[in-house]
Design a protein around this ligand. Structure first.
Ligand code: TMP
Length: 241
């Protein structure tokens, strides 16, 4: 597999072409941003950790039959992925109230959502990723109803798989953000990344945030939190549940 020219540089990853037109290389950077990049930092080691964690989660989901863009981990910071056309809708699943919903709707942090909430956000940095509803997706022609149906079904299935797995390893899956893409034949699959940058993870015993909230709200060293996630998920299954 030959790495070719840079196709796109995002806030946390660089995407490169390869000699295969259907495959891309995602390279995870050491940068952290929050609040539409108002807050930025270089955090040495973050890219390697997120590539490791995202590869682990994609492998877990692929084993559970969830279609993702992940092909394989190539190196410390690189993974090989299928080229997709990204659907510009961020799908957020919430099991417990935290983050923006607490402020927006005045909900108490920690309130459980049963069933989990599904929210949509327009992927547009200039507009600050506004929350939208399903009708907006159709009005703006962002995705077709059949595609939204698949995105919702996959998002809920991903939640079930990840929530159970994390719970068994001592971590509460509070909420997370997903992005989906279309393969050339139109199939909708999971794309982008799943990592502590895009999920809220709380330590089941202590309630400590082990995710990017550490950086967003100065809750502690980011690398220490991400390493704890890696140690826990790689460790023995916690039989106490
Ligand atoms: P929120 O509570 O700030 O709306 O975030 C919900 C989830 O989505 C949380 O797990 C963090 C993740 N997220 C991203 O991955 N990217 C973003 O740009 C934002 C705002 C949130």
């Amino acid at each position: 597999m030959e790495k070719r020219e840079l196709l796109y540089e995002g806030k946390a990853k660089k995407i490169y072409k390869t000699d295969d037109q259907n495959l891309l290389i995602a390279e995870y950077k050491d940068s952290a941003t929050a609040f539409d990049a108002i807050k930025k930092a270089t955090i040495t080691g973050k890219g390697v950790l997120n590539n490791t964690l995202a590869s682990f989660f994609f492998e877990l989901l692929n084993r559970e039959g969830i279609p993702t863009h992940f092909v394989k981990k190539l190196s410390d910071r690189e993974m090989l992925v299928k080229k997709v056309e990204i659907i510009p809708v961020e799908v957020v699943i919430r099991n417990i109230a935290a983050g923006s919903i607490v402020k927006r709707l005045g909900i108490e942090k920690g309130k459980p959502f049963n069933p989990p909430l599904i929210e949509f956000y327009l992927k547009n940095d200039e507009l600050h990723d506004p929350i939208i509803c399903e009708q907006h997706i159709y009005a703006l022609d962002l995705a077709k109803p059949e595609e939204v149906k698949v995105m919702k079904e996959l998002a809920l299935k991903i939640n079930e798989v990840l929530k159970k797995f994390m719970e068994e390893h001592g971590i509460i899956l509070v909420d997370f953000k997903l992005e989906f893409g279309r393969l050339p034949d139109g199939t909708v699959i999971l794309a982008d990344e799943i990592s502590p940058d895009t999920c809220r993870f709380w330590d089941k015993e202590t309630g400590e945030s082990l995710d990017k909230d550490r950086f967003r709200f100065d809750l502690g060293d980011l690398i220490e939190g991400y390493k704890k996630v890696l140690e826990k998920i790689k460790g023995e299954k916690n039989e106490k549940g």
